[in-house]
Design a protein around this ligand. Structure first.
Ligand code: PRP
Length: 202
């Protein structure tokens, strides 16, 4: 049996669509169930729906063989104890620093983010110290309300920044979703995994 974890949220819909195009079909509609383990039309493949940040934990531990997860999540996790098999080229967005238009970086500025490791590393690399405020959603609110000076967040259409009067200052990385594999699973289940990989490569 091959288990494939897919990140909940914005990745899930596009990943399911991509799999459907290559005839990997869920037997239960993942958007209309509370089931977390979804059988597919391939007898040896189950899809597991997981919160994005938990995907690397399941894959790196070998509990789940394959995962579809954003590069942002992998960068934040930072452990990289898995193989990156394929860029699914879905859920494309970018990780950026944003804030009010005229604001300039300064030492000890406050940065709000869901990505504390990425943010800290980015500002260290460009020579600024900052204090990180870890938030869990609606990050754009922080500079608007005066909680932080900047944010590090993902931007897809740019609509949220624009509608809240914020501006992109720097791009940290372009992001898309990758298919990753547990290293041991990829050795001992190579044939089965390669069959799935061939399909998504079509
Ligand atoms: C993400 C991100 C931004 C928004 C960007 O949030 O954190 O807030 O999408 O998208 P846009 O550039 O297309 O406007 P998400 O929708 O995942 O919700 P969250 O804020 O609750 O994390």
């Amino acid at each position: 049996m091959i288990r494939l974890a897919i990140s909940k949220g914005r990745i899930l819909e596009q990943a399911i669509n991509t799999l459907e195009k290559v005839d990997i079909i869920c037997e239960v509609n993942p958007f209309n169930t509370r089931k977390l383990i979804i059988p597919t039309n391939l007898k040896n493949l189950e899809i597991i729906i997981i919160k994005a940040s938990d995907v690397p934990v399941y894959i790196d531990s070998g509990t789940i063989d394959l995962g579809i997860v954003g590069l942002d999540t992998l960068m934040e996790d930072g452990k990289n104890n898995h193989f990156r098999l394929h860029d699914m080229t879905i859920s494309k967005c970018k990780l950026v620093v944003a804030g009010k238009a005229k604001k300039k970086y300064f030492n000890n500025m406050k940065v709000a983010t869901k990505y504390p490791r990425i943010a800290k590393k980015y500002f260290e690399n460009i020579g600024f110290q900052c204090s990180i405020l870890e938030l869990y959603g609606s990050i754009e609110l922080a500079p608007v309300m005066g909680l932080s000076d900047f944010i590090v967040d993902i931007v897809e259409t740019g609509k949220t920044l624009k509608e809240n009067g914020l501006k992109e200052h720097d791009i940290i990385s372009n992001v898309s979703s990758l298919l990753i594999a547990n290293k041991v699973s990829y050795k001992i289940k190579r044939k089965e995994i390669d069959l799935i990989l061939d399909k998504v490569n079509q």
